[in-house]
Design a protein around this ligand. Structure first.
Ligand code: 16G
Ligand code: ZN
Length: 523
């Protein structure tokens, strides 16, 4: 077989170390770093095949995002910056579960099924986060690509959203932007600076933020953005050299609902927390009474959607704007955006690919997970209409056109999202307090439950309703009834071997109580 070498290198350098069945999950493969060498190598092989299949460059990102530093993971990025196509997730699972000797046959089979052209010379971009294990794991990916004759472009330590952007620009011939890290900073920052050219302060808005880098790649990359921002925004960087994601970062702040360690606790300052690969962002602040407040993906989404809606209205452009959330979206946010702003809301399953897909039904789709992952996407027609109106000196369309350039449409980016939030606050003349008071979050609680087999739990209606085990949903309904404004759901995690429980109610005590009861029913 022409893939014979792939088996040889596997046996000698990257032998399979487990017989457990492993699945390509919501965010690719993820586990303890020391279990990943053979998986990385095989993902290098697969990325090369996928590049032949699409006749385009493919991306491989090595990161375990918000997870602890001992973990790592890998995911593939498709040609237009999308998550890997579902059929290839299945191929990834097949390839990783094959024995070392079976690799050539698995590759032949995948190649045959996808009818790929092996005469195409595959190109694979690789990138990695700052984990100590990432560099070695990246070498394994590179070996995999090369063994089947592929070329590698190593982007080094980089954020997930930048690799999505670079891949997209490379494959569309530079239409979306210049296909380089530098091109990215330039595009986004130039638009941002222009949008506040009349002055960096405005009303209650002060151009000052504290930045919690989660001790990861986000802390390194923000410095590159700052070089292009001049005096338009003052960013104080914290958490740039401690333990990754430890007691800080977007996931910690969101789940623990606590101020990140390592950031000075100063009243009324906006604190921006990103995660370990800088694709999630959460805001928080301490008010004048020393009370802590957290502004999550829902708050960000409603802020952005509200502003885009206003620009659309004032521009006279007839484009359909919508918001996509998940079951985790706070009930108060959904109520606010539908009733108060009149923007339609759709609910998708957890995972960026599901939200992204659902957002395509709108001309302008804002999508955000409560955990801070999200962005805005524009249809081709919407983009053309906005650019066209901007050229005809429609002032609001012109603003919208610049806002478009601050956004990374290929995937959510913590830093680009931050610059977008700052743009809206600046335009409105709002402090973080003004933003926060749009609506009050319903108190909520998330819990993890460890069970023998999480796959016995299946759900429907975008994970809001539990189908199996039989009777569980009825029990949840009964429990929820006892709590004013109560809502709760359970779903198997796509990234960890656990079941997640979410509950909200009118008080924190009640939300906690409801979560504990529902968790008890799952166990
Ligand atoms: C992954 C997803 C994230 C989702 C999370 C849920 C991507 C790129 N990332 O990190 O969007 O919120 O999984 O994890 O899709 P869970 O299934 O363990 O709750
Ligand atoms: Zn992440």
């Amino acid at each position: 077989s022409r893939f014979a070498d792939a088996a040889k290198v596997a046996t000698s350098k990257y032998p399979k170390t487990t017989n457990k069945t492993i699945k390509y999950g919501t965010a690719g493969f993820r586990s303890k770093a020391e279990e990943l060498d053979f998986i990385m190598y095989r993902m290098g092989l697969l990325a090369a095949l996928r590049a032949c299949d699409t006749k385009a460059a493919i991306g491989v990102m090595i990161t375990a995002s918000h997870n602890p530093v001992q973990d790592n993971g890998v995911k593939l990025v498709d040609p237009m910056g999308e998550m890997l196509a579902p059929a290839w997730e299945v191929h990834a699972t097949t390839l990783v579960n094959a024995s070392d000797d079976e690799i050539p046959r698995a590759l032949e089979k995948i190649g045959g099924e996808a009818r790929i052209d092996l005469n195409h010379s595959p190109l694979v971009f690789v990138g990695r986060d700052t984990r100590p294990s990432s560099s070695q794991l990246c070498d394994a990916v590179i070996s995999g690509v090369r063994v089947v004759g592929g070329d590698v472009k190593d982007l080094g330590v980089i954020t997930t959203p930048i690799i999505h952007y670079v891949i997209t620009c490379h494959n569309d011939g530079g239409t979306y932007g210049v296909p380089s890290e530098e091109g990215y900073y330039q595009k986004i920052c130039e638009a941002f600076v222009k949008l506040r050219s009349s002055g960096a302060s405005n009303g209650n808005y002060e151009p000052i933020v504290y930045y919690d880098g989660a001790n990861g790649v986000g802390a390194l990359m923000i410095a590159n953005f700052l070089k292009h921002l001049g005096n338009s925004l003052s960013v104080s960087i914290y958490n740039d050299d401690g333990v990754l994601n430890h007691l800080c970062g977007a996931d910690y702040v969101k789940v623990q609902q606590k101020w990140p360690e390592g950031v000075p606790r100063i009243q009324n300052v906006r604190c921006v927390s990103v995660d370990g690969d800088a694709d999630r962002v959460i805001y928080s602040y301490i008010d004048s009474n020393d009370k802590y407040h957290m502004l999550d993906g829902d708050k960000i989404a409603t802020l952005i959607a509200g502003y885009i809606q206003e620009l659309l209205k004032n521009s006279g452009l007839k484009l359909k704007l919508g918001l996509v959330q998940t079951a985790y979206a706070n009930g108060a946010s959904t109520e606010y955006i539908t009733r108060k702003l009149g923007v339609p809301v759709a609910c998708a399953m957890t995972g960026v690919k599901h939200l992204h897909h659902m957002a395509l039904q709108f001309d302008i789709g804002v999508y955000f997970e409560a955990n801070g992952h999200g962005t805005v996407i524009f249809s081709k027609e919407a983009r053309a209409a906005i650019r066209d109106a901007a050229q005809r000196n429609n002032e609001n369309a012109n603003k919208l056109s610049q806002v478009l350039d601050v956004i990374n449409e290929t995937v959510g980016d913590a830093i680009s999202d931050m610059l977008l939030v700052e743009t809206v606050l600046h335009a409105r003349g709002w402090s973080i307090f003004d933003w926060d008071k749009a609506y009050a979050d319903l108190p909520n609680r998330q819990m993890k439950v460890t069970v023998a087999d999480r796959t016995v739990i299946t759900t429907t209606d975008a994970e809001r309703v539990c189908v199996t085990p039989e009777g569980l949903q009825n029990s949840i309904n009964e429990m929820v009834k006892a709590y004013p404004q109560g809502r709760s759901f359970v779903r198997p995690s796509g990234t960890e071997d656990i079941v997640r429980v979410y509950a909200e109610a009118s008080s924190q005590e009640q939300a906690d109580e409801l979560a504990i009861k529902v968790a008890g029913a799952v166990y």
